[in-house]
Design a binder for this molecule. Sequence first.
Ligand code: MD3
Ligand code: FE
Length: 218
Amino acid sequence: MTLDLFGEEDLQQPARVERICTQTFVLRGFALPWAEALLTALNTLLIQSPFRHMQTPGGFTMSARLSSCGDLGWTSDSNGYRYSAIDPLSAAPWPRMPAAFLAVAEAAASAAGFKGFVPDAGLINTYAPGAKMSLHQDKNERDYDAPIVSISLGLPAIFQFGGFERSDPAQRISLFHGDVVVWGGLDRLRFHGVLPIKPGQHPVLGEQRINITLRKAG
Ligand code: MD3
Ligand code: FE
């Protein structure tokens, strides 16, 4: 017997929405009803394309480890940042985009006013305590009209949300397990980053933060 614990109405319940900029929204706890489905799908896809460290074009090793799913995966090496249909580690296509990833992406984008969002690239970052992501812009996607949806799981993070120049002042926003950030339009090219993750144990994910970022890259 299958119990329908989260029926369609429950999935649509209004999230606590924080508008942090013109077209940037934090949906508190939005992914919680899908958390188990997201993590089950994640465990499966990581067998095919495990987390790995990547090198920046400048020769540094990124402190977060990455994997991808969907038609296009984000990769970085000495030749630069780009999207690729093939996982360089497995030499095979990236795992399929899980249905749960698509469902959260579409529902969250819609809640933030971006209708009909269908991502073709799912980037998954895992941060151990101390890992961070320096201020950067997401500029490797073909067009900037589609929004980006980011799902936070596990340990909390302090997210930096800046302007259009690296030196512009940045707001700091705490993101917790189940929070979803949606941004697009006027805010699509803002600098953003993640401060070093503080040590801790998350009851579900242990000593890590996982971020799933869903984009239309191709
Ligand atoms: C950008 N990941 O993989 S996405 C990345 O938490 C990346 O792992 C981060 O940046 C992570 O490229 C953060 C979240 C985010 C939220 C709001 C933004 C990025 C944003 C607003 C404007 C621009
Ligand atoms: Fe980014």
